[in-house]
Design a protein around this ligand. Structure first.
Ligand SMILES: [Zn+2]
Length: 276
């Protein structure tokens, strides 16, 4: 499943091709992804409009226009975008084409169709519009994701720390792989109760989650999941994983064996020697 580093990679790869370009038309080849796709609404709202910026918020790609309207794209389990010539033949599972007025097309492929593609006509932080993104916590590289913030938020929480840092209301984009890797680097067991965090643990969590995510972004995402960047290259972050996917193998730091447990329906990998 594409996580924050993969989505950041997609954004960085696509942005130079589409920012400043004008949309000619939208073409849908399936009636729905996660939600219904309303071709008339997309064409009425955005045809002839210039894409001013491509942004990422959490795991969403946001096409920004200059009038407070947005297109939100979520890659679901298997979604990917690519840019190609208008004349290129459509591939299997390509469900959306956005025709640009420079004779290029932006195409969305999604074999399992769990992705999202929808129109937002309210400010992104609107608390009254259910389509907006106001439920999301801070971005992991924002100043608001601070030691004080985590410390205050963690005081009343009894759930395990792994579930706490994966909750998008705490911070966006720390997916399953990155949560296990971050906790290993911090020496914190995924089972520890959130309110048992010490103040210095909060700072460590911030620093290590940022460095884990940044390494993955620099590497172009992981290849644990079925992911390809829009330029066709694969990420290689999996070579740097210390615990994720390594159940039964030796710890890279001590003589213990890496364990796997299931928390909130997701696998957690950790070293019982290094993480308390
Ligand atoms: Zn260890």
């Amino acid at each position: 499943m594409p996580e924050l580093p993969e989505v950041e990679t997609v954004k960085n790869a696509l942005a130079p091709y589409i920012e400043g370009e004008t949309i000619k038309s939208f073409h849908f080849y399936t009636p729905r992804l996660r939600q219904e796709l309303d071709a008339a609404l997309f064409n009425k709202t955005f045809s002839g409009k210039k894409i001013t910026r491509l942004k990422r918020r959490s795991k969403y790609l946001l096409f920004e226009f200059d009038d407070q309207k947005w297109i939100l794209s979520h890659l679901g389990m298997t979604g990917s975008w690519r840019i190609c010539k208008l004349t290129e033949e459509r591939k299997k599972h390509e469900h959306i084409s956005i025709r640009l007025d420079n004779d290029q097309e932006l195409r969305y492929c999604d074999p399992r169709r769990f992705g999202e593609f929808r129109v937002i006509t309210a400010p992104l932080d609107s608390t009254t519009d259910p389509q907006a993104l106001s439920h999301l916590g801070p971005e992991p590289f924002d100043e608001s994701y601070s030691q004080e913030y985590l410390w205050d938020l963690s005081r009343s929480k009894t759930k395990p720390i792994k579930n706490f840092i994966m909750d998008p209301r705490t911070v966006c984009g720390i997916g399953n792989i990155y949560a296990s890797e971050t906790l290993f680097r911090c020496g914190i067991s995924p089972l520890r109760k959130t309110q048992k965090l010490r103040k210095k643990d909060c700072l460590n969590l911030i620093n290590h989650s940022q460095s884990v995510l940044q390494s993955a972004i620099d590497a172009g995402g992981t290849t644990i999941i079925d992911f390809q960047a829009p330029d066709g290259s694969e990420g290689w972050f999996h070579q740097q994983l210390n615990v994720y996917g390594r159940e039964g193998e030796d710890c890279v730091q001590c003589d213990k064996i890496i364990k796997r447990i299931v928390q909130a329906g997701r696998s957690s990998f950790y070293c019982p020697g290094c993480q308390k």
